[in-house]
Design a protein around this ligand. Structure first.
Ligand code: FAD
Length: 492
């Protein structure tokens, strides 16, 4: 009995102390405000207001978000709220962070358009900065494009672009724009980016497919471009429409693509017998060549060409001094690097056809061996491509002193570009290695050397078939003969 009484007294005492403390410290009205704030409702409202704006330095959105915070603090009774200004010049360091450069947006819209009697008609607005600021990705730069949309999936590896030409088009990606800009725009020449990256996947908004998420490019970009953000739902609708694209029916399909591209990239795997598919996967296709196209201020003078025989400069010039030189060049390739002393096959076609260069200037093409598909120390980068070009230019300089000084412009192609720009798998110029096991009646595969594969009315006519590769037209001629034979058979 006694114990119970003691406990009751103690409890009452504690409660009384607590109440007395709070009302002494905080005004009743403020207390009500704090209760409302901590209920979560006001917090969510504030967060909504702030997160639906871009909080980017100097932009009008940043001002709006900051002003909202000031207003709220003042409404809570704080009377000394000030906004301090710091440099946003892209240079000043704040601790470990460099200040971002100014980013301010005047307007941005993304429209679906249609052709109406030769005129471009706006059909549906997919994004609008003024009503939904997040529909423009942070750090987007000015730009304009009326073009088609290409779905590249994640868009972060070369494989995502295989078989699709995105040059001048908009890419639709599931990645943050900053992750794809260098590849999609810098490397493959896309006009811009549309992203449905689900930022903050783990946050409370989860997979709400109606929301446009915050997206961003880089503040210090290597590739300058713009990007729009659309909701996951909108992206799925667009993807469905793209997948439902017009179906083209044909009696026969004749393709001069390489077998991997034909069968592994363009055809659904279920139409192929498993063993055939396996054989195509094993078909050796490794590329080993590169190319330089060079604009020159003057005609190069090779020391090996005597002044008495200038016509020699009009022919093919090869740098391949001896077998040992070639062998060493090939050894480099086997080790996964380009030949330090490369084999070069050079032409200066402007010596024969002066119309391909301005008067007095010249154009040189250089075919180079050997160049690896992927360097042993990792994928191709612009730096490695430049280093490869430098090796070639230095080699030419050795044989034509002063040549480097005459260079006006230069284009370099490694197997990486040959694959991604022209569609040559692994950059193999012959659509497959010319080894004994892949020639004659084995080209491209034993049992499939007659320009037909396992898919009915699908014919192969390119360099991967006998007697390819090379520029000769014979695979096409032979394939046409086979197709005509089949047509006659079905007509009979
Ligand atoms: C740098 C270089 C130097 C060469 N030098 C010589 C030489 O000196 N002598 C010689 O005989 N041969 C040479 N070749 C090889 C020769 O060019 C090829 O063997 C020949 O062009 C192959 O002809 P093709 O019709 O089979 O295929 P290609 O000429 O490769 O044509 C295939 C076409 O299909 C397109 N394509 C790819 N994917 C798709 C897709 N998904 N949808 C639609 N189109 C697609 C490609 O863009 C390409 O236009 C060289 C090749 C290169 C790259």
């Amino acid at each position: 009995m006694k114990t119970k009484c003691m406990m009751a007294t103690l409890l009452l005492l504690v409660t009384a102390v607590a109440e007395a403390d709070l009302t002494d410290l905080v005004d009743e009205a403020v207390l009500t405000q704090i209760a409302a704030e901590t209920s979560g409702e006001a917090a969510k409202r504030n967060l909504d207001t702030i997160t639906l704006q871009h909080r980017m330095r100097t932009g009008s959105q940043f001002e709006a978000a900051t002003q909202h915070i000031v207003n709220m603090l003042e409404s809570y009774g704080l009377d000394d709220v000030r906004i301090l200004h710091y440099a946003a010049d892209g240079e000043t360091m704040f601790g470990t962070q460099k200040s971002r450069p100014v980013w301010n947006v005047r307007s941005a819209e993304l429209w679906e358009v249609a052709d109406a009697g030769g005129e471009t008609k706006r059909v549906r607005r997919l994004g609008d900065w003024s009503s939904v600021p997040l529909s423009l990705a942070q750090d987007s730069l000015s730009g304009e494009a009326t073009t088609t949309l290409v779905d590249v999936g994640a868009g972060t590896t070369a494989a995502d672009y295989a078989g699709s030409d995105v040059r001048g088009k908009l890419v639709l990606t599931s990645s943050q724009p900053g992750e794809v800009a260098d590849l999609a725009v810098g490397e493959y020449g896309a006009a811009g980016i549309v992203s449905y990256a689900p930022n903050q996947r783990s946050a409370w908004w989860l997979e709400d497919e109606r929301l446009v998420r915050w997206g961003h490019l880089d503040s210090f970009p290597r590739t300058k471009t713009f990007a729009f953000m659309i909701s996951l739902g909108e992206a799925r609708r667009l993807q469905r429409r793209m997948a439902d694209g017009e179906e083209i029916r044909a009696g026969s399909v004749v393709s001069n693509l390489d077998p991997r591209r034909n069968y592994l990239k363009l055809m659904p795997s279920e139409v192929l017998p498993d063993d055939f598919r396996g054989d195509i996967e094993r078909f050796k296709i490794r590329g080993s060549s590169g190319k330089l196209n060079i604009a020159l201020d003057r005609q190069p003078r090779f020391t090996a060409i005597p002044d008495t025989a200038p016509e020699l400069a009009q022919g093919t010039i090869t740098i391949s001094p001896n077998m040992e030189y070639l062998e060493r060049g090939y050894d480099d390739w086997k080790r996964g690097t380009w030949s330090r002393r490369p084999f070069l096959d050079i032409s200066v076609p402007s010596t024969i056809d002066p119309t391909i260069a301005p008067a007095g200037k010249h154009m040189m093409t250089v075919f180079v061996q050997y160049v690896p598909v992927v360097p042993a120390d990792g994928g191709w980068t612009p730096e490695k491509r430049d280093a490869f070009a430098d090796t070639v230019l230095s080699t030419i300089e050795e044989h034509a002193p002063g040549f480097r000084d005459s260079i006006v412009d230069l284009e370099t192609r490694t197997p990486h570009e040959l694959e991604n720009e022209v569609g040559l798998t692994e950059g193999n110029i012959f659509h497959g290695e010319l080894t004994l096991d892949q020639l004659l009646f084995n080209r491209p595969l034993p049992g499939y050397a007659q320009y037909r594969g396992p898919v009915k009315r699908f014919y192969m006519c390119g360099s991967s078939t006998h007697p390819g590769g090379g520029v000769m037209g014979a695979p096409g001629y032979n394939a046409a003969r086979e197709i005509l034979m089949d047509l006659k058979r079905t007509a009979a």
